[in-house]
Design a binder for this molecule. Structure first.
Ligand code: T5A
Length: 215
């Protein structure tokens, strides 16, 4: 059986992690081996870079340096984890990938989309996910979910908030960015209405997964 690389994208609190676990269960019920991973991160080296990028004391990077750091972590992730697992017939599900750099650094922060594309080409060549889900949610709903989750977890201090503390208009640009990406690549990128409950969202995702498996 051929391996697959599937990514989940979207703004804060869109439900990516929740749906990644549902997808894992779905594939495992079909006897497939699944690896759940995330970006930035996913390998020991990339997790070190994650700390530099998402923690509030991780450093004050220029946009270009930040872009290179995301892709440095991504190259390690792709070369040492994703490609080998897919080659062994496994299903790799990543919570975020390159589309997050395009949406956050590009559409969100205004970093040149052409430069991101050039760095992507050098780092990854033609490697891309087989399928990507953009979980789409009104900004206020996503922030509400995210804040509720953090309130529950407030016992343990959460320092991973560098990108989450940004204002509402930033989050609106992100949402627009993800929808634009889907518009440019409709075959790879499926927009899922994430306003429904967990089961409702997964029903839509599983329909796409079934089509991918039987393609
Ligand atoms: N970043 C990342 C960049 O800037 N550039 C890049 O290139 C990359 C890769 C880390 C940060 O790094 C930035 C983006 C981020 O700011 P992250 O670790 O993925 O990214 O952090 P978040 O996106 O903030 O992850 P969250 O955990 O907040 O969001 P999820 O995973 O989308 O949501 P999830 O599943 O944890 O759910 C959030 C809450 O909502 C509930 C859950 O139970 C949970 O409490 N929930 C629902 N409630 C109602 N209905 C549903 N359908 C629900 N689904 C989940």
């Amino acid at each position: 059986m051929r391996g697959l690389f599937i990514t989940l994208e979207g703004g804060e609190g869109a439900g990516k992690t929740t749906q990644a676990h549902r997808m894992k269960e779905y594939f495992e019920l079909q006897g497939r081996e699944v690896i759940l991973t995330r970006e930035p991160g996913g390998t020991p080296e990339a997790e070190k870079i994650r700390a530099l990028l998402v923690q509030r004391d991780g450093g004050n990077w220029t946009p270009t340096a930040e872009c290179f750091l995301f892709f440095a972590a991504r190259v390690m992730h792709v070369e040492t984890l994703i490609k080998p697992a897919v080659a062994e017939g496994k299903i790799v599900i990543s919570d975020r990938f390159t589309d997050s750099t395009v949406a956050y650094q590009g559409y969100g922060h205004g970093f040149d989309l052409n430069v991101i594309e050039q760095v992507r080409q050098i780092a990854l060549g033609d490697f891309e996910p087989d399928l990507t889900f953009v979980l789409d949610l009104p900004v206020k709903e996503g922030i509400k979910r995210s804040m509720a989750q953090k309130a529950v977890a407030s016992g343990a201090e959460n320092t991973e908030d560098r990108f989450e503390k940004l204002d509402t208009s930033f989050h609106e640009r992100l949402r627009h960015g993800f929808l634009e990406i889907a518009k440019f690549e409709p075959k790879r990128v499926k927009v899922i209405d994430a306003t429904q409950g967990v089961d409702g969202v997964f029903k839509k995702i599983s329909k796409e997964l079934s089509m991918l498996l039987h393609a």
